[in-house]
Design a protein around this ligand. Sequence first.
Ligand SMILES: *[C@@H]1O[C@H](CO)[C@@H](O)[C@H](O)[C@H]1NC(C)=O
Ligand SMILES: *[C@@H]1O[C@H](CO)[C@@H](O)[C@H](O)[C@H]1NC(C)=O
Length: 576
Amino acid sequence: MEHVKELLCGVELDRRAAALLTGAACGVGALVVLVGKVSSHQTAMEKIQRARNRRSESLQRAEEAVRRYKESLSMSELTKQLKDGSLTPDDVLYTYMEKTLETNKKLNCCTGILLESFDQLKTVTSNKDGLLYGVPVSIKENFAYKNHDSTCGVVINLHQPAEKDSVLVEVLKRQGAIPFVKTNIPQGLLSYDCSNPIYGQTVNPHNHKKTSGGSSGGEGALIGAGGSLLGIGSDIGGSIRIPASFCGICGFKPTAGRLSLQGISSIYRGQKSVPSSPGPMAKDVDSLALCMQALLCDHMFYLDPTVPPMPFNMQIYHSSKPLRIGYLIDDGYTQPTPSMARGIREVKALLEQAGHTLVPYSPPKINYAVPDLLVKGVLADGGYTLLQKLKGGPVDSCLKEQVFPYSFPTWLKKTISFLLRPMFPRVSAVFSALCGVGSVQELWQQHADVEDYIRETIAYWRSCNIDVLLSPVIGPAFNFSYCGKITSAVNYTMIYNLLTFPAGVVPVSTVTAKDDEEVKHYKGNYQDHWDKLMKHAVSAGEGLPVAVQCVALPWQDELCLRFMKEVEQLVKQSRK
Ligand SMILES: *[C@@H]1O[C@H](CO)[C@@H](O)[C@H](O)[C@H]1NC(C)=O
Ligand SMILES: *[C@@H]1O[C@H](CO)[C@@H](O)[C@H](O)[C@H]1NC(C)=O
């Protein structure tokens, strides 16, 4: 193993340095007699300094070599080496544990180490045939792991350790994976920031003055910094895709219902309008596909027979027939930032050059979908459940502005909505939706409206005759405290939770100085409060990752991943 050799090399150099030091000490004695104290002292000091320099240089170079070696290992190489025994699960777990501990000091991305992972090393060989044999996996805080809390960041849930593992954790273990750390989330999970009063704020690996995004923000930060190769998050409005975009990694939200939700905590259990999906996050698309393949196994279908017993279709993932791809630059609601729009334009050009057909796409009835279906669906209870869960502890600053109006009485929300309507129609519509649905009849009507909207959207896809869709994803990473203020930004991602479509994010570029300059002239489609805030949220983003979103129809998870892989490869080739 190369990195061990490098380390040994470092030790060898150290020995040579020590020998040199001894030599230098002898030399000093002779010089005292011949030349005199002062100059001999100087010579000795120079020699010592040279030896010290050599030592620090060797240490630094060894560290760099180790880092390069570890970073260059992709998941597929890692699993291969674990399988053939050239790496052991111990090597790998201790390596990533060390990186995670280092990363956490800088980014505050972990809520606790799963110390059981060390014990799992003793038994993991019994799962040697598993697809993830020996792979350390990070998991989002709200996934049940026996004897650990799943708080969702709210105080009321503290000190209630899970009685057993969630289905996905059980399946990961059966496939030989080693869950080793739980990662941070925003309070209540219903935010795309990543801060809570228990564990604090997670910061972005590429710029510590920006947020990691959320709600799977601890995952985004940890994987983005190289502390974990594979993580599991959950997504109800972009909670996998937004931190993936902000942190420069890949993230995939499968079709709602494809993976088991058993043992994953949420604040809104029972909310049926906008379904949540668990899914993988990693540095590359192949890792996401391998994770999906591992999870979609008989063991999961046995543990949770409510998920369809559809194994991963490798043939579709590896298919290469040219695609008809819808593309969207501006949904007419949240104007994309300059780097978001550039990302789409560049990827569109690459896809066309590669022989695919690109077709303009405009989402049906967007002004209606977001407030009436999304916000009203998630907050059908007028925010009551979330407010109950926030009792008994402080409200995090990332959430204060967002939840403040939830507690207004319905007449006040209605009045504000009425007063804002002429000047700020978008904010007015959301205030109206914050009233909730009011009655069972209206809830049923809301569910029926969502069903109609899904049908209409599918009919529109059929009329465009498209296989997949290329869409923006919000980015680059926001300054702290802006996520809770600009709730409109989630609609690029949340719409696909409402629709139940699979959707994933791939990093394609980084913010340029020119993008940053153009942000200064950002006006927005509505020029309201949210649009003004947006300009500030993404200011000074040079160097941050830029991503695009890939979408497919329900149950076409493999096609969505294939499309993501294609985007990833085309971007990689274009850089060469
Ligand atoms: C976001 O919401 C707005 C307003 O409802 C809509 O116009 C836009 O198309 C949505 N975005 C997407 C990607 O659907
Ligand atoms: C956003 O954060 C950056 C630091 O990364 C800072 O330079 C900039 O002034 C901040 N913008 C606002 C509006 O707070």
